[in-house]
Design a protein around this ligand. Structure first.
Ligand code: C2E
Ligand code: CA
Ligand code: CA
Ligand code: CA
Length: 285
């Protein structure tokens, strides 16, 4: 009887919830989440393939809405479309630089590796590239937290670098001159021509996870991975493979001379408080 009553209650409750509430968050929900700082961040480690040493962390936005995690693909696209991306970026930069400044002070209990030489990778939307105020603000934040600018890597997707090439070239060059490193994200999924790539001041090329994840079952994918690593090497850029989910793939990348690896096999994106325990565990094994 109690169960029936419960079931009845939850059904009637569900009917009271407005349609948009029940499925997907609305634009107002996102705006509210940004205004009340409910968007958090997760950090995913990146290691050197050859040595297994920690190289740095990528910052990934996280939003828990009514008990479930909304995919960043969804809410980032929403934010970009409705002019909220710059506010969202500020929120993410604020949180992650504060964390990075504090974690950089951390001296491990055992082992020689410190956090002082690690890097922090931030995803920057193409839409923000022409927002000089936002970019200047990131520079200021970095200086305020006394983080060396060359420890920050700004990740831009391939398409963002090519859509308005001339403006992008100008902005990216200025960011590079200021000392930031630039990474080209999701490489292989867009349509950048090699000519443009050579002219843009990128120092890292990230191979899209779709190729990396498929390498074991697809000759085409492994050929793509191989050729992007070669391309990176000949352009004097570091190559990073994302989506490394198993040891076999990591070995394969090592053999090909890929510089860096990121993926579930190494670590999943994690909340700030889980990073040091993860690092300690890794150092002690
Ligand atoms: P991305 O920049 O390519 O980030 C890598 C994505 O791959 C992340 O998804 C990460 O959780 C996932 N990933 C990492 N390792 C593995 C693996 O081994 N296997 C699989 N299957 N997936 C793996 P996430 O966190 O869902 O983010 C999706 C995208 O949303 C990001 O792709 C990025 O384009 C965008 N994004 C996330 N945070 C931000 C942000 O703060 N600002 C902007 N502008 N975009 C962001
Ligand atoms: Ca990225
Ligand atoms: Ca990527
Ligand atoms: Ca992506």
């Amino acid at each position: 009887r109690a169960l029936l009553e419960q079931a009845g209650t939850s059904t009637s409750n569900a009917l009271l919830v407005p349609q948009s509430r029940a499925n997907e968050p609305s634009l107002a929900d996102l705006k509210n989440a940004i205004d009340t700082k409910q968007i958090s961040v997760a950090y995913q480690p990146k290691i050197f393939c050859r040595t297994g040493t920690l190289s740095g962390f990528e910052v990934l936005a996280r939003w828990q809405w009514h008990g479930h995690w909304v995919s960043p693909e969804t809410f980032i696209a929403m934010a970009e479309e409705h002019g909220l991306i710059d506010d969202l970026t500020r929120l993410i930069v604020e949180q992650s630089l504060a964390w990075f400044a504090s974690v950089s002070q951390y001296v491990p209990v055992a082992g020689l590796t410190t956090m002082r030489s690690t890097t922090l990778s931030l995803n920057i939307s193409a839409k923000s590239l022409n927002n000089q105020a936002l970019l200047n603000w990131i520079v200021e934040q970095c200086d305020e937290w006394k983080i060396e600018r060359n420890r920050l890597i700004l990740e831009l997707t391939e398409t963002s670098a090519t859509s308005e090439f001339v403006t992008a070239l100008d902005t990216l060059t200025r960011l590079r001159i200021k000392g930031f490193h630039l990474a080209i994200d999701d490489f292989g999924t867009g349509y950048s021509s090699m000519v443009q790539l050579v002219q843009l001041p990128f120092s890292e090329i990230k191979i899209d996870k779709s190729f990396v994840m498929a390498n074991r079952n697809s000759a085409v994918s492994s050929a793509v991975v191989r050729s992007i690593i070669d391309l990176g090497r000949s352009l004097n850029m570091l190559s990073t493979a994302e989506g490394v989910e198993d040891a076999t793939t990591l070995d394969f990348l090592k053999e090909l001379g890929c510089d860096l690896a990121q993926g579930y096999h190494i670590a999943k994106p994690m909340p700030a408080e889980a990073v040091i325990p993860w690092f300690e565990r890794r150092e002690s094994t």
